[in-house]
Design a protein around this ligand. Structure first.
Ligand SMILES: Nc1ncnc2c1ncn2[C@@H]1O[C@H](COP(=O)(O)OP(=O)(O)OP(=O)(O)O)[C@@H](O)[C@H]1O
Length: 263
């Protein structure tokens, strides 16, 4: 006799979902109602022409937009079972769980070691052995350890742009987030540095992290993502598995965008 519990599809358990999220800047709508779901261990690419609201959506997930005067985020951003788009939310806690990597590498004016240890200390880790272990682990995760292990006390500013970006990824990973938001993390980098970051993205997902990446690079979206969402003029037009989005787009506007008719 078949055991029903073993034949049922595994329920999808999104680590994060948005429900009718909107963003207004000083009363002007930049993002229309957007509902998307994100699972652990997957990479989702956000694509679309300049100004379509990709970054605005990404930044609404960890409430970064809230720092901008006049910006209002509407709808629900549900991290596990918690709607974080509420007044009382502890954004320090949220941004530890939902980390972010920016377009331009932005290391602190500190040593390589302190770039990572600083965030850990501010979250209460004080023992030297614990700090050493976490610094090494996160540098390894960002594929930077071998290049910097003998110069951890050097300034982060002495690293190349690609190394600085990997340091910023290591700094994010050190806090052991389960979601990492990346806003065009390779746009300032050469192809070799880009390749290293893409490998790190794939590795993060294989370790269960949910990665959401804004990219202008369609090849990059195809290479690294499982799912892709296409935005246009503040609206999320189509979302699906990446091979379907690039191979068989349903919406004519997405088809036109992929064929270079605008953007
Ligand atoms: N801080 C801000 N204040 C006012 N308007 C903003 C702000 N940031 C973004 N916008 C507006 O919101 C809209 C969406 O911008 P957003 O940066 O999210 O687009 P994007 O798709 O990420 O573009 P790009 O690919 O060029 O980065 C645009 O019309 C933009 O001018």
């Amino acid at each position: 006799m078949t055991d029903a519990t073993t034949t049922q599809a595994k329920p999808i358990d999104p680590v994060l979902h948005t429900h009718d999220v909107t963003v207004d800047y000083s009363g002007k709508r930049a993002l229309n109602e957007t509902s998307l779901s994100f699972e652990s261990g997957t990479v989702t690419a956000l694509i679309g022409p300049s100004g379509c609201g990709k970054s605005t959506f990404l930044r609404s997930i960890n409430l970064m937009n809230r720092e901008i005067p006049g910006c209002v985020i509407g709808g629900k951003v549900v991290y596990h079972d918690i709607n974080v788009n509420t007044r009382g939310i502890d954004t320090l806690w949220l941004r530890k769980r939902v980390g972010m990597v920016f377009q331009q590498p932005n290391p602190f004016r500190k040593s390589i070691y302190e770039n990572i240890a600083f965030a850990l200390k501010s979250h209460g880790m004080t023992k030297r052995a614990d700090l050493d272990e976490r610094v090494e682990k996160s540098l390894r995760s960002a594929a930077l350890w071998d290049e910097v292990k003998d110069k951890l006390r050097d300034s982060a500013y002495a690293l190349s742009g690609g190394q600085q970006q990997r340091l910023c990824i290591a700094r994010t990973l050190a806090l052991e987030p389960d979601v990492v938001l990346m806003d065009e993390p390779c746009s300032a980098l050469d192809p070799i540095a880009t390749f290293a970051i893409e490998e790190t993205i794939t590795d993060m997902a294989s370790r269960g992290i949910c990665v959401i990446i804004v990219t202008h690079n369609m090849q990059q979206a195809s290479r690294v993502s499982n799912r892709t969402a296409f935005f246009l003029m503040g609206t999320m037009v189509e979302c699906g598995d990446t091979p379907q989005i690039f191979g068989a787009p349903k919406d004519q506007r997405l088809n036109d965008y992929l064929n270079g008719r605008f953007g």
